[in-house]
Design a protein around this ligand. Structure first.
Ligand code: C5P
Length: 298
């Protein structure tokens, strides 16, 4: 996450994420699921501009820079508005803000765009409103907003995440990773995918500790075994388009291939940025979804 002042406005650039490994440990009494996951920040960014207002209203406007136009809600359905309201309520702050969101992170893709925007809102308004909340206090609010918001508050390049996904241990990667990301035209509901997981259960062949160790190694060859995702089978059963995409991606000579989060975006881990460009060309030719090139970055 990068924060810069532009006059009296604050501009926050916030990244997307990919889950390179995701194991569902089990269902919790509160209806959520405990996870063990390896997340990386990738260089596809949303931008949020926060400006002061004279009244108490929180106003959100959005512009989509995505290739496929999408309707982005500007009311409480948007996590940005909920994050701003939560911060104002918790701190008793009465001044409003005007927020402009430029959307570049694919939506309903499992890339954490909404969570990333919510984290940017907590960080941005904490500064714009001079609230001086500590990182710990912002983390407590982040956990109330969604399972991935805590990850984006810290924006580590890579992290092992447990609990609902909100307990984060940063990991150092020895080299940048290059990805091709393909998003099929239909998305997936996170809640529905977790529900469908009950029929499939645990399928990961490795555990998080092994994956973290592989991720920290400088050699690339360890990657093919670490792209397990317990949510891939339920997601494939719910979205035939995504299933077809993953079947095609699996035939390509990349280091690894998988689905991020609860889908529907899938990715290839590539040997180099050059290989990523070559494989992205092949993916575009298949016409199975929107193709993005990205590498690890915050
Ligand atoms: O936390 P978030 O709002 O992103 O989650 C959306 C939905 O996905 C939750 O309402 C829940 O049904 C499901 N979920 C889950 N376990 C998680 C994360 C999400 O069951 N760890």
């Amino acid at each position: 996450m990068r924060v810069t002042w532009q006059g009296s406005s604050l501009v926050v650039r916030t990244p997307a994420k990919l889950n390179l490994y995701l194991q569902v440990v089990g269902r919790r009494p509160d209806g959520y699921h405990d996870l063990e996951t390896l997340m990386v920040s990738v260089g596809l960014y949303d931008t949020l501009k926060f400006s002061p207002t004279v009244d108490a209203a929180i106003r959100l406007t959005c512009a989509s820079a995505l290739a496929s136009p999408a309707t982005i809600p500007t009311d409480e359905r948007n996590l940005v508005v909920r994050a701003a309201q939560l911060l104002a309520r918790q701190t008793g702050h009465s001044q409003g803000a005007s927020i402009h969101l430029t959307k570049r992170i694919p939506m309903e893709a499992g890339m954490g765009g909404g969570s990333s925007d919510a984290a940017a809102t907590l960080v941005g308004l904490n500064q714009l409103w001079n609230l001086e909340r500590t990182p710990q206090q912002l983390h407590a609010l982040a956990a109330q907003l969604g399972s991935d918001v805590n990850f984006f508050l810290d924006s580590p390049v890579a992290a092992a995440c447990t609990g609902r996904g909100e307990a984060i241990v940063p990991i150092e990667l020895r080299r940048p990773l290059n990805f091709v990301i393909v998003q099929p035209s239909s998305g997936l509901s996170t809640a529905r995918v977790f529900q469908a997981w009950q029929q499939f259960g645990q399928q990961c062949r490795t555990d998080l500790a092994t994956v973290v160790e592989a991720a920290a190694r400088p050699d690339a060859t360890a990657w093919p075994q670490v792209t397990d995702n317990d949510l891939a089978s339920p997601a494939r059963s719910l979205n035939p388009e995504m299933n077809a995409l993953l079947q095609k991606l699996e035939t390509l000579p990349a280091l690894g291939c998988g689905m991020t989060g609860s889908g529907s975006a899938c990715f290839l881990i590539c040997h180099s940025s050059r290989q990523a460009r070559t494989l992205a060309g092949r993916c575009r030719h298949w016409n199975l979804g929107q193709v993005y090139l990205a590498s690890t970055g915050v």
